[in-house]
Design a binder for this molecule. Structure first.
Ligand code: KIV
Length: 278
């Protein structure tokens, strides 16, 4: 079946996920299944598998473009891939990453976020950083741009952090992260994304805010899970972080693998202890 006929065959009764759906899922205690995608074909596949939130991550710099970090990714790259993904999606809520240095000033952030929404079709933008981004989040939220605030390990800061490392292990850093989550929520962030932190800190951040907290390597006690698509279907070469599970090991097709991931997020069997940091 071609992608075109595949899209036409979709049930028109299946309502697209909105920001309100995500809040309702949190309130109902239903885990939010999230995954990255970078093109229309995979977007259609993850949509079919029941992924609730689809992120066009700047991880595309590593898994699509072959860079060592996400730093080289440009606005043009993000707009292009977001537009591709938006053509494949019907139900999933589309979030696009703001790339490195594209949101250093609030006005610049607004112009670039508007491009991701108007040209790319994103429904929300994601930016990395804690207290330093509070003013920018407030500026965007005040202009009706939905924002996901990414804290914990922020890969765009890899050269400042000295590598991709677990964050928030020391008490002071953990306390600071909880304060950051609260400040970003107060500034208008609609989702907090928490990367690579001890599982008990994941639970504390979730308890500290009302908005959904989506984790990647942040333990089971958050409102949703996100992973990089290519990692869970075994396409990414090299050593995987502890939180990655390869669902192709027990699947005949990528669609089956993604559906198994969604099922395990929903029934809370992913992440298991082996995928969590202490
Ligand atoms: O760029 C990305 O893919 C991310 C993750 C949270 C998966 O930011």
């Amino acid at each position: 079946m071609s992608l075109y006929s595949h899209l036409q065959a979709r049930s028109p009764t299946e309502k697209p996920v909105t920001i309100s759906t995500l809040a309702e899922m949190k309130a109902a205690g239903e885990p939010i299944a999230c995954l990255t995608a970078y093109d229309a074909s995979f977007a259609a596949l993850v949509d079919d598998a029941g992924v609730d939130l689809v992120l066009v991550g700047d991880s595309l710099g590593m898994v699509v473009q072959g860079h060592d970090t996400t730093v080289p990714v440009s606005m043009q790259d993000m707009v292009y891939h977001t537009r591709c993904v938006s053509r494949g999606l019907h139900r999933g809520f589309l979030v696009a990453d703001m790339p490195f240095a594209s949101y250093a000033l609030p006005e610049q952030a607004l112009a670039n976020a508007a491009r991701l929404m108007q040209e790319g079709g994103a429904k929300m933008v994601k930016l990395e950083g804690g207290m330093l981004q509070v003013r920018t989040v407030e500026f965007l939220a005040g202009r009706d741009i939905p924002v996901c605030a990414h804290i914990g390990l922020t890969p765009q800061s890899v050269h400042k952090l000295g590598g991709f490392k677990v964050q928030g292990r020391e008490e002071a850093a953990a306390r600071r992260m909880i304060e950051e989550a609260r400040a970003l929520e107060d500034a208008g962030a609609d989702i907090v994304l928490l990367e690579c932190v001890p599982a008990d800190l994941g639970a504390q951040v979730r308890a500290a805010v009302k908005v959904p907290v989506v984790g990647i390597g942040a333990g089971p006690e958050v409102d949703g899970q996100i992973l990089v698509l290519y990692d869970i279907i075994g396409l990414t070469p090299g050593r995987m972080p502890r939180f990655v599970k390869n669902y192709m090991d027990q699947a005949a097709t990528p669609l089956e693998a993604v559906a198994a991931y969604v099922a395990e997020v929903k029934n809370r069997s992913y992440p298991a202890a082996a995928h969590c940091f202490t």
